[in-house]
Design a binder for this molecule. Structure first.
Ligand code: KIV
Length: 289
């Protein structure tokens, strides 16, 4: 395992050594601290923030201010992992100037160390400009959720030879534009394998099979905190939803049943002070209880 602070260079070296890269999303201080302590290599403050944390129906409504608010919290908690801020919808699409300014805000205000941008050939000039400003960019190809209306839903991408060829070409174009890594989301494993073999930068898969250089999952999916309907590619490593539901119900029952709080969870006033408050005899009675 990479012991020191993980950098974009370190991820490239891991690919060269054939060492698998781990990445997870996180959106707040306590979860980022746990992910970092677990030795995960990179933390993506994903715009999945919209669905996972803020209760939006997709990622399109997420704003720069919301992303920065959460990126700051994650960066404060993270010592080792590389922190990547996900550029939200319309923070880079409209102009190169928007793209560079907003990417810069992720580093300057959010204290991220890199940004992620969704899309292929149509965003190349934005990626080049961001990289040109000294900001590392992670690309994202395949099912890019900001394109959901264009795709007509959350569908596996690159299933036909022709569609796969476009994604393969895009991966090369992004590499030429200077991305340090590439997320491949919901593409057939054969395509992800081919891209990974041909790419000089590490690929991080999500729903892209076992042959990528690394894997990413949404933290809440992995922990079993995102409801019953999860995509085929998600593996739940725990069911924290059940554990949390039980804790909440136990609290409710114990308060209603006057079991919580007991004196064990209460602060005590010294007897002399109690006497000053309620008088000698009452204090004795009270402390005898
Ligand atoms: O928004 C997100 O969380 C992502 C990761 C899953 C890569 O894009």
């Amino acid at each position: 395992m990479q012991k020191n602070k993980v950098t974009t260079t370190a991820l490239r070296e891991m690919k060269a050594r054939g060492e698998r890269i781990t990445m997870l999303t996180a959106y707040d201080y306590p979860s980022a601290r746990m992910v970092d302590d677990a030795g995960i290599d990179a933390i993506m403050v994903g715009d999945s923030l919209g669905n996972v944390i803020l209760g939006y129906k997709n990622t399109l409504a997420v704003t720069m201010e919301e992303m920065l608010h959460h990126t700051k919290a994650v960066a404060r908690a993270t010592k080792r992992a590389l922190v990547i801020g996900d550029m939200p919808f319309m923070s880079y699409q409209a102009s190169v100037e928007d793209a560079v300014r907003n990417a810069g805000r992720f580093l300057k205000e959010g204290h991220a160390e890199a940004v992620k941008v969704e899309g292929g050939r149509s965003v190349l000039n934005k990626i080049e400009a961001i990289v040109g400003a000294g900001i590392p960019v992670m690309g994202h190809l395949g099912l890019t959720p900001q394109w959901i209306h264009q795709f007509g839903g959350y569908k596996v991408q690159g299933k036909t030879g022709a569609a796969a060829k476009l994604i393969l070409e895009d991966s090369k174009l992004l590499e030429q534009a200077g991305v340090f890594s590439l997320v491949l989301e919901c593409v057939p494993w054969q395509l992800a394998k081919l891209i990974t073999e041909r790419a000089n930068v590490p690929t991080i898969g999500i729903g892209a099979g076992p042959y990528c250089d690394g894997q990413v999952l949404v933290l809440h999916d992995l922990l079993g905190l995102s409801g019953e309907h999860i995509p085929k590619f998600v593996k739940r490593y725990a069911r924290l939803d059940g554990i949390m539901a039980k804790a909440l119900s136990d609290f409710k029952e114990e308060v209603r049943g006057e079991k919580f709080p007991s004196l064990e969870h209460s602060y005590e006033m010294p007897n002399e002070e109690l006497k000053k408050l309620v008088g000698h005899s009452k204090a004795r009675k009270r402390s005898a209880r």
